[in-house]
Design a protein around this ligand. Sequence first.
Ligand code: 9YT
Length: 132
Amino acid sequence: MIVRSLEDIIGTERDVKGESGHWESRRLILNDDAVGFSLHDTVIHAGTESLFWYKHHIEAVYCIEGEGEVETLDDGRIYPIKAGTVYLLNANDRHKLRAKTTMRMVCVFNPPVTGREHHDADGAYLPGAAMD
Ligand code: 9YT
């Protein structure tokens, strides 16, 4: 069994700040844990808009604090997000996340994030940029 807490992660290489300055992500479980998914505790700063596109991953994002909205860019639909709402990017959807207040999101990726994506493609994940 693996037991880990946020305190163990903060300040380590598993604690990643997006270059945009819009978010930081504490990666609790990564590919090297060899369980088939990764688990992230992500903070999205108030008043920011971020473009994400996880071309090669399915991601579930469960909001546990704050409020904002997510827009799927292919169809322009906008979904309000608040604590208790999950969105599932089951079609590698290109999307924009807008945080009205600071949002805390628990994110699960399949396949798991390796942690190298930050250095290769960085956090903006602009259209065309893959995480790995
Ligand atoms: C909200 C969201 O998509 N978070 C993803 C995790 C973060 N971008 C990371 O750990 O790279």
